[in-house]
Design a protein around this ligand. Structure first.
Ligand SMILES: [Fe+2]
Ligand SMILES: [Fe+2]
Length: 212
């Protein structure tokens, strides 16, 4: 079984978005929901610890868009090295391949649904706000830029329009909690998402000097 100490070596310590801290939060949330729903905790823990292990950090090369595939392959190597049976390795690999919001593989098993929810719960709520701003800054984008009407209509920015943290909220984050798979995930997501919503509405109001 991969351990949290091993996982520390697979992730950057100082990355506020996809670093080791994120992985620990996902692990603990996956365990919490997994216990409530009676999931296979061995599969779930291995999947949580390995889910972003390869290519999740933003940067040149665009590897982030396929990091679920790369991380699933990396996980299979690690678990084969530990002597896991092929069937269990595939269960873990499926969880990892299916954890992306815009991914091509939908979660089919209880464990995959729980990993998906645990990962997405870390992008809504207080940590979600912090990580979204961290991601924008890592990518050289502003915290806030006024979205064009074209972006507000269809999510497609005009030429040269920055993709600010606020854009990411409008385009994706405000919908995430509605698309969770488990009952505990949806319950926790509602509270977290309400907080995030208030934050970004206030951000927009302050940017326009409309608050208070
Ligand atoms: Fe990921
Ligand atoms: Fe993640």
């Amino acid at each position: 079984m991969p351990t949290v100490d091993e996982a520390r070596a697979w992730y950057p310590a100082q990355d506020p978005v996809h670093g080791y801290d994120h992985v620990l939060r996902v692990l603990h949330m996956a365990e919490r929901i997994g216990n409530e729903l009676g999931a296979d905790l061995e599969v779930l823990r291995a999947a949580a610890l390995l889910h972003d292990a390869s290519g999740a950090a933003p940067g040149p090369g665009g590897g982030r868009k396929t990091h679920e595939q790369a991380s699933a392959a990396f996980a299979a190597d690690v678990l084969r090295g530990e002597g896991w049976p092929a069937e269990k390795i595939e269960q873990v690999a499926h969880c990892i391949r299916a954890h992306r919001y815009r991914g091509s593989e939908a979660p089919r098993t209880l464990e995959a649904m729980i990993l998906y929810d645990a990962d997405k719960l870390d992008v809504v709520g207080a940590f979600g706000v912090a990580r979204t701003i961290g991601y924008a800054l890592q990518a050289g984008e502003p915290v806030f830029a006024e979205p064009s009407s074209q972006f507000r209509r269809g999510g497609q920015g005009e030429a040269g329009e920055p993709h600010s943290a606020y854009h990411e909220f409008l385009f994706k984050l405000r919908h995430v909690a509605d698309r969770l798979h488990t009952e505990p995930g949806r319950r926790i997501g509602r509270t977290r998402s309400a907080l995030m919503q208030r934050f970004f509405e206030q951000l927009e109001a302050e940017a326009a000097g409309n608050d208070g």
